[in-house]
Every structure is written in structure tokens, then in C-alpha cells.
Ligand binder design. Structure first.
Ligand code: GUN
Length: 286
């Protein structure tokens, strides 16, 4: 039976450290780190995620502001929101909650976020820095995955790493981080010819496809590390992209859902907010 990779416990430990660092920054500089979140429309999942981010900020002593815009907001209004946040010296991190409504193009909006306040690591400059192997601000979910691997002493170098999913938010930055860690990386997606053949080669399998419980034991090499980034609700039950009960019989290590990567994403968002705050106020970097 697989060993559980407990992202909940690790996430809480990181949040404690962040809280301590927030206190230190406040004591030494008088500055309270401040994250601004822009939430467009009323997508229930996004509302829940943003609530979670607000709560986590509050518990860590980070100030948070949520700017709510209606689903039919114009691009120019969003750009003026971002301009105002960029110009506000009291704001250290800016996050545009995704997805945004179809009439808006994230690729026209995200690049306007000040790279120094880009807590998601989604601006072209930060994406390029990661791809070039000199990461600055790194997307929170893939960073959370790397933190889990590191914490449990799971080496990436030389391993066959398979990432299922190629989103900008998870799959692509995940592949870049694993590659930077000297893994041998394969990225699979909807056009991959035989997914099972690919995933069964993986020493480290990261799944982010948004298909509830799709990856069962038949996709997993015995003893593999299985990281489930998916999260969905079916019949009131929270589940991942991995069929946990089946996969845990074959995997060597596995993240549960909930309690795996979700809490790590939030913990890494808080850390990124501190990184931004420190660099903006000229304090020491982590
Ligand atoms: N929606 C789902 N995950 C994320 C994330 O990491 N950042 C943002 N901005 N939106 C998301």
C-alpha cells in the first residue's frame, strides 16, 4: 500500500513559517504584506478558492483585498484595476483568479501585472525565467508539488517524470520545474496516442487533467510516486483525477485529495506574497 504524501500537514507547517516571517517584516519595517485578488463573475469554484485564499492570508497576518468585478466586465476596466494595483505601494501581490469569462483574453490582461507583484508567476517574464532555468516567481501549484517531493526526500534527477496535462497553470510550469531538477520529462495531453503506455513508464507521475478519478492502478508503474493535482466534487464528495483507492494499491507514494496538493498551493501563494513583499520593500530574499 502506498505511503501518503501529506500536503495538509506540510502546508500548515509552511503557513506557520510564513506567519512568523510576516511578524518579523512588520516588526522590522512596519509593513504588512498585502495580496490583492481580482475575481471576475460568480463561478462557484472560484468563489470557494478565493475564500480559501482570504482565510489563509488572514491566519498568516497577510492583508488581503478582493476586487470583485461582474461577469460582463470590460477588458479596459480590468486593465485599469491592474494599473491601480500596480501603482499602489501598499499592494505587494496581485492575482487574477482564473478562469475568466470567455469574452476576456487572459493573455492580454496578465502581462499587464507588474512582474514584481506577479504572485502566480504567470507573466511572460516570469514564465520565461522558469523556462530558462532561472526561476523567479514560480506558479503556486507546481511549486507546491516540488516542495512535497523535496520534503519527502524524493529525488527528481534522473527519474522518468510524466506530467499529464499541459495547462499554463500547472502542466507546463510543472514540466519546466521537473526538467530544471534534471528529471527526464514527458508531457501528455489529449492528443497523446496511448496515455497508459506513457504513464506506466513514470517514476514520478503528476496528473492535472480535470477528469475525475480517471487514472487508476492500470496507469501506474508499481512503486511510482503519484501526485494528483485534480480536484472536483461529485455527489458532494471531493475527488481528484486519480482513482485513489485503486492507485494506492500499486503506487509507492501518493497524494490524497483533499489534503494533498490543494493546501500546498495556498501555502506557496502565501510564500510568493512574502517573496514579492520583501523584494518590493528591499528586504532580504528567501
Ligand atoms: N485557478 C485555478 N488555479 C489557479 C491559480 O493557481 N491561480 C489563479 N490565478 N487562478 C487559478
Amino acid at each position: 500500500m502506498a505511503i501518503l504524501l501529506d500536503g495538509k500537514a506540510l502546508g500548515l507547517a509552511i503557513r506557520e513559517t510564513v506567519k512568523h516571517d510576516v511578524d518579523t517584516i512588520l516588526r522590522e519595517t512596519g509593513v504588512t504584506p498585502h495580496l490583492a485578488v481580482i475575481l471576475v463573475g460568480d463561478d462557484p469554484a472560484s468563489q470557494t478558492y478565493v475564500k480559501g485564499k482570504e482565510n489563509a492570508c488572514r491566519n498568516a497576518g497577510i492583508r488581503s483585498t478582493v476586487i470583485r468585478e461582474p461577469a460582463d466586465v470590460t477588458e479596459s476596466k480590468l486593465l485599469s484595476d491592474i494599473d491601480a494595483l500596480n501603482a499602489d505601494p501598499d499592494v505587494h501581490g496581485i492575482l487574477l483568479q482564473l478562469p475568466i469569462p470567455k469574452h476576456l483574453d487572459p493573455d492580454r490582461i496578465i502581462p499587464k501585472i507588474d512582474v514584481r507583484k506577479d504572485v502566480d508567476g504567470f507573466t511572460p517574464e516570469n514564465v520565461a525565467a522558469l523556462a530558462n532555468g532561472r526561476p523567479r516567481l514560480v506558479p503556486c501549484t507546481p511549486r507546491g508539488v516540488m516542495r512535497v517531493l523535496d520534503h519527502y526526500g524524493i529525488a527528481v534527477a534522473g527519474k522518468d517524470c510524466v506530467v499529464v496535462g499541459r495547462s499554463q497553470i500547472v502542466g507546463k510550469p510543472m514540466a519546466a520545474l521537473l526538467l530544471n531538477g534534471n528529471g527526464t520529462v514527458t508531457v501528455c495531453h489529449s492528443k497523446t496516442r496511448d496515455l497508459r503506455v506513457e504513464t506506466r513508464r513514470a517514476d514520478i507521475l503528476v496528473v492535472a487533467i480535470g477528469k475525475t478519478r480517471m487514472i487508476d492502478a492500470s496507469y501506474i508503474k508499481p512503486g511510482a510516486v503519484v501526485i494528483d493535482v485534480g480536484i472536483s466534487k461529485v455527489d458532494g464528495v471531493i475527488a481528484g483525477d486519480v482513482d485513489f483507492d485503486s492507485a494506492r494499491t500499486v503506487a509507492g507514494w501518493i497524494t490524497p485529495v483533499p489534503g494533498g496538493i490543494g493546501p500546498m498551493t495556498i501555502a506557496c501563494l502565501l510564500e510568493n506574497t512574502l517573496v514579492c513583499c520583501r523584494s518590493l520593500i528591499g528586504g532580504p530574499h528567501d
